[in-house]
Design a protein around this ligand. Sequence first.
Ligand code: BGC
Length: 742
Amino acid sequence: MKKKLVYIALALAFALSAQAQTIPLYLDETKPIEERIEDALNRMTLEEKVAMIHAQSKFSSPGVERLGIPDVWMTDGPHGIRPEVLWDEWDQASWTNDSCVAFPALTCLAATWNPEMSLLYGKSIGEEARYRKKTVLLGPGVNIYRTPLNGRNFEYMGEDPYLASRMVVPYVQGVQENGVAVCVKHYALNNHEVNRHTSNIIVDDRALREIYLPAFKAAVQEGKAWSIMGSYNLYKNQHACHNQYLLNDILKGEWGFDGVVVSDWGGTHDTEQAIKNGLDLEFGSWTNGLTAGASNAYDSYYMAFPYLKMIKEGKVGKEELNDKVRRVLRLIYRTEMNRNRPWGSMNSEAHYAAARQIAQEGIVLLKNDHQVLPINLDQVKKIAVVGENAVKMMTVGGGSSSLKVQREISPLDGIKARVGNQAEVVWVRGYVGDASGEYNGVVTGQNLKDDRSPEELIAEAVKVAKESDYVIFIGGLNKSAGQDCEDSDRSGLNLSYGQDDVIAALAKANKNLVVVNISGNAIAMPWVNEVSAIVQDWYIGSEAGPALAAILMGDANPSGKLPFTFPIKLEDNSAHALGEFVYERSNEIVDVKYNEGIFVGYRWADKQKKVKPLFAFGHGLSYTTFEYGQAMTDKKEMAMDEVLTITVPVTNTGNREGAEVVQLYISDLKSSLPRPIKELKGFQKIKLAPGETKEVTFTIAKDALSFYDDAQQTWIAEPGKFEAIVAASATDIKSKVVFNLK
Ligand code: BGC
């Protein structure tokens, strides 16, 4: 018996060791990833390595079939999972199981000023990406809102680097918890769309460091983003996708990024630069082969055969190639080859609930005279809803972020469902905007054509407005070219399609007029003083209708705050006051000068003595009221290595529960270089019951007091006096407290 046991033990040990020997290191999950990467790399042929660093289809790049290393699959991003397109075409693949939940656009997320909402967003969209078997989600976008004309602002997180940084980190973490990589875009300085491939951005180092890079840095260093997308534009005359300064020096050098730099689709222009200047993975270049639809189109990519040829001819070594492959392998290990990652889920009620919650928290109440909102349905018999955006599907269009949704509830349907039998709801369109509804073969199926004249439409709207207790105008921009759309910018700040005339006419017809602006950008409001209430709504996705209705009827108390400034006119925005734009399309490289430097958004508005913004950064009203006490610091003086605590009590003085975003700005009272009057360095969203008081605490360290010294090429905090400013918006200052930095 004893002998038998020994035999069994021996056989078992043998079997185990034999098995151990058959698991190659690169597949051995008990071994550190870096060792597995080296082993995989050593097993790959030169051809396999080159294949791994460029696309094989519109949205995928190859792994190594022979070794069982999976392919990489990408998807847009950033608001939902893009429907499947054909292998090598933008047309739909016509799957019947690729509809998704549309989450609110990132401007709305930023307007929540709530990092918990970012985490929920990332987790939810990450689960959808995972369920759809995607390796990389192409998002989030954190390009700074520099001009209200940028067609892609709706995909980004507003004008302030601190707000964008705090909001991007949880998004990244939430997505990557699913074993799906983010691809933070578009790195860097892609702040307008016209000439996005040919704009050479001229910006000073301070603005680069203080305004345009912090959100990317936070995504990389704090969020630990696994990939980043190079932008289309140029910086220092080099395309951002292969840029010595942005990629090698800053991203991989200073910030220690160990992930993959993915080119924006068609953002690669030169093999040698791509090899040397930091690009790791090339996607979507419109090479000759590709436009002609040849079967080997992808071989013509800059980082395909041309690279192989250069290696074979001895013009470049393999060092850069190995570095790129290592990075791509690392990405695959973190995602596809992580067998412990969750399975994800799609179109779940939890995802709809998340979309709705984020939307409700992001909608901003800009104006509410005589408490015209919320609408009390007990006192209302008839509500007129006017405007095309009340019915237009907004999830289709706008460029690469366009979606095919499982459901999208329009504002009108949301309002009707909420009002039920309590009142009559009548819709008239008021104006004709964009009647089309198609993107890459996804069609809304809505027929919005209307041949009536503007006069007829206004007359109809005015008649209904006069007969109603309330008028809700729902208009703004849409996602067609020149409104809020990739590869195009707006031509001005004003609303199109004669909407200003419609609003002015409605204001005369009914004093209970609520204007709901749907956009990802600021608009001009020549009628601002004529209307009772203004709501900034965004592209809020699947739950657009229920979320808006909940705000209008008061089921939810508005708590969103603007993530960017609304100027009165375009020239009040610094990029237009000082910057130099090239509005005509150019195939030649053109310089675009950011002459305003660090004075972007409220940093510029603060300096203007005579002009106040229409609505300030950080502004947003509630159905309740908040009272702020005096801010206090825990000490009068802080040393360079100390932290300072600022506290302020905030009380809900109204009679319903609400949430307030308490904002902390820092002002450097004397400095050797010009500094903004104040800069956001902290915020907290707190929920308060009626009568409740909470003490809000902010902690700041040296970095909150520092600026980038371009002469010394480093961040410095200068000793001296600073002011901590507690505010409800950039122009609604509640109290100040001075302290000294030793
Ligand atoms: C856009 C990216 C997008 C990519 C893939 C590009 O044109 O700039 O944001 O992720 O296409 O669709």
